[in-house]
Design a protein around this ligand. Structure first.
Ligand code: ADP
Ligand code: MG
Length: 694
């Protein structure tokens, strides 16, 4: 199966469009992309209305107008800093066309005295005279109809004018092919959506502001095309995964019961429920794909451990992937302790394992000696192989990309996958990444947790805060001191942390540790372990403590310049305390000269510990697009669809895709053929690969 010929012109370089040379190719690459189809997807973001065509005497200053004038005389500037003026008139009055830095022979050729011309641009009044500085358009009379229209305004980049962008995109649009319709006729009628080529042309010819809205039928249709191609891809991948059957993992009840007693606590009822849901999935012959969502501190690790026990009880191995080295060590300590009581082997693999020791680890994984493997990205490496990988657990999944997740689950042909996250992800977003992923939620914290006392304190009172720490240390408290982000520079972060560390050591003596991302792995472990054992009272750190660290004895956290952190990040950070039996306090030091949004963030954090409320507030303050932070979030980028505006369409596309594949699982019907074209149009390579092999 190859791309339908009719799409070939769309995937040519923009060089193929008349008028596009090397310079414009570069510019379009920056702003839209390198191929013709990228120009199609580059939709206007505004309009200029040139239909206003008054006589000069009635013309309103400040308006864009299209005038019909007779050229009178040219008045070149006396000094280069002055403008070049061309006086024109109609039967009602005069207007001056004003130019800076324009060649006079060019103007003489464009505006010969005595001739009539159409000029269009913004009008001004300057010392009593009507002027049009730098007309956007100068054209012969017969082009009047063409000029006096509504002109789209495109997102631009330095060096690319709207005039040029418009001309080139218009030229590209002449290549829009007529494609067979891939949507259901009834749907088009019901939604009042145009055909694809019409939708594209309409979207590029807005006649009013309303035509720019994401709710406009043409834009909706284009967005839906993109969303359907996304949902079809996910559904095809799922269909494929189901067809090569998973394993039915029966587990081992005796081992399971023993594991329960190996845990140092009683599971909460939501942990128990989540474990049952997971074990139920694992017993099925289909592969599991389940999301475990639970706020920081809700105890996801224990759930993962019990799922691993189920896999091991069925004769398989389990692997857990974590985003940072520190987190791997953390899991190694906890899971390692539980597993040791059962006589199970836990090994870890990270970037620092090299040479002989790495070989030994790989051998243990390959021959099945390692029951549980915990690691970082290092697990993706080619030569990492397992004897019988039955379960993959991915911790803090929002830190990994879609591609990475697929890579890891490919290591065990039939393995079940459990992804864990503390970030409450709206369903519409999970739909665009996983489709109908099953979700288990941990909606309670382990019993006995005390609420955290969170206080906002001005930076100016840092001295008092330090003083208070003395009392805390006397009472054997363990303290996190988190240093701020400095202009997103790791180097500067580090300098700030090092400086603070020095200051604290001068004041509190040697029992102050330092932890940052640039430290050697071994040193990091040592510091963490010392803090965990209570040999260090104060741990000064950058945000490396953000994710997953678990020292239940730590009861105090001070965050410097809290106003520089995002809501989700503050919540994650604070989640490091309030884990033990003692009451915890979190002090947010902030710069009182902050704006309202920053203040709202801080008061939200002070007033609630509920991750869902915090996520909702975050969404309001930042907008959905940014909610998951960076590109790392792994959510696909859409060119035409907008997650905020088109959430109803996402749900529709999800249902639509399932229905389509139910009737025509390999897209072989006439409509199926049209849908294949859609997949090619949006370059859904993954889907195409599965169709080919299917
Ligand atoms: P997260 O969901 O943030 O990954 P963890 O799995 O790190 O949370 O658990 C947070 C802390 O709560 C750990 O110290 C863990 O030992 C403890 N914990 C987990 N489950 C329970 C429970 N049912 N009862 C008491 N403590 C628990
Ligand atoms: Mg965790």
């Amino acid at each position: 199966m190859t791309r339908p010929f009719v799409l070939d012109p769309l995937f040519q370089s923009t060089k193929a469009v008349p008028g596009v040379g090397p310079r414009l190719t570069k510019l379009f690459e920056n702003v839209a992309g390198g191929r013709v189809v990228d120009l199609f997807w580059h939709l206007p973001s505004g309009i200029i209305d040139r239909r206003y065509s008054p006589k000069i005497a009635e013309a309103q200053s400040g308006q864009v107008a299209t005038l019909t004038v007779t050229v009178d005389e040219h008045a070149p500037p006396r000094r280069p800093s002055l403008p070049y003026k061309v006086r024109c008139h109609d039967e009602t009055g005069v207007v001056d066309l004003i130019f800076f830095n324009v060649k006079s022979d060019y103007l003489a050729q464009q505006l010969p005295p005595g001739e009539e011309r159409i000029v269009s641009g913004k009008l001004e009044v300057y010392s009593g005279t009507l002027q049009m500085p730098h007309p956007d358009v100068i054209a012969p009379l017969h082009e009047r109809e063409k000029v006096a229209t509504v002109e789209p305004v495109y997102p631009l980049t330095a060096g690319l004018s709207n005039k040029v962008a418009l001309k080139i995109i218009r030229a590209a649009l002449t290549k829009v092919p007529m494609l067979e319709e891939w949507h259901d006729a009834a749907l088009l009628r019901q939604q009042k959506w145009p055909r694809w080529h019409e939708a594209l042309k309409t979207a590029h010819h807005p006649q009013s502001e309303a035509d720019l809205s994401p709710d406009h039928p043409a834009r909706q249709r284009l967005a839906y095309d993109e969303l359907l191609s996304n949902q079809l891809t996910i559904a095809l991948v799922r269909q494929q995964q189901r067809s090569n059957k998973g394993q039915s993992l029966v587990g081992d009840e005796a081992l399971y019961q023993k594991a329960l007693t190996a845990l140092p606590f009683e599971l909460t009822s939501s942990q128990k429920r989540a474990i049952e849901e997971i074990r139920h999935d694992m017993r099925q012959p289909e592969r599991m794909l389940r999301l475990l969502q639970g706020d920081v501190g809700s105890g996801k690790t224990a759930v993962a451990f019990m799922a691993m026990i189920h896999a091991i009880g069925s004769g398989g191995q389990a692997v857990m992937m974590a985003p940072t080295e520190i987190l791997v060590r953390q899991h190694e300590i906890n899971i390692g302790a539980y597993a040791a009581r059962l006589g199970l082997n836990v090994v870890t693999l990270s970037g620092r394992d090299k040479g002989k020791s790495r070989e030994k680890l790989l051998e243990m994984m390959a021959n099945g000696e390692a029951h549980i493997v915990i690691g970082t990205h290092a697990l993706f490496q080619e030569d990492v192989a397992f004897k019988d990988l039955a379960l993959v657990v991915i911790d803090e999944q929002h830190r990994f990309g879609v591609h990475q997740r697929l890579q890891l689950s490919a290591k065990g042909r039939l393995c079940d996958v459990l992804v864990m996250t503390a970030t409450p992800i709206p369903r519409t977003l999970t739909l665009t990444v996983y489709g109908d992923m099953d979700v288990s939620r941990l909606n309670e914290k382990p019993a006995g947790r005390l609420p955290i006392d969170t206080r906002l304190i001005s930076n100016e009172r840092v001295e008092e805060v330090m003083e208070a720490l003395h009392r805390k240390i006397d009472a054997h408290a363990r303290i996190y001191w988190v240093c701020p982000l400095v202009e997103e520079s790791e180097k500067l972060d580090l300098a700030a942390a090092e400086e603070r560390h020095l200051l604290m050591q001068q004041r509190f003596g040697p029992r102050v540790g330092l932890l940052h991302g640039r430290m050697k792995a071994q040193l990091k472990d040592d510091v963490m372990a010392a803090f965990s054992r209570g040999e260090i009272d104060i741990l000064v750190s950058t945000t490396v403590v953000e994710v997953g660290m678990d020292v239940p004895e730590a009861t105090v956290m001070v965050i410097e310049h809290a106003e520089r952190f995002g809501l989700a990040q503050l919540h994650q950070l604070r989640g490091r305390i309030g884990r033990g039996k003692e009451k915890s306090v979190c002090i947010l030091l902030y710069n009182p000269q902050i704006n309202d949004i920053a203040r709202k963030r801080l008061t939200t954090i002070r007033d609630t510990e509920d991750g869902f409320i915090i996520a909702e507030e975050d969404l309001k303050l930042r907008g959905a697009g940014e909610m998951l932070g960076t590109r790392q979030s792994g959510f696909p980028e859409f060119r035409l669809a907008n997650i905020e505006f088109h959430s109803a369409l996402i749900k529709m596309a999800f249902d639509d895709a399932r229905l389509i594949l139910e009737k025509d699982p390999h897209l072989l019907s006439p409509r199926g053929t049209a849908l294949r074209t859609l997949l090619y149009l949006f370059e859904r390579d993954l889907a195409i690969k599965y169709l080919r092999s299917g």
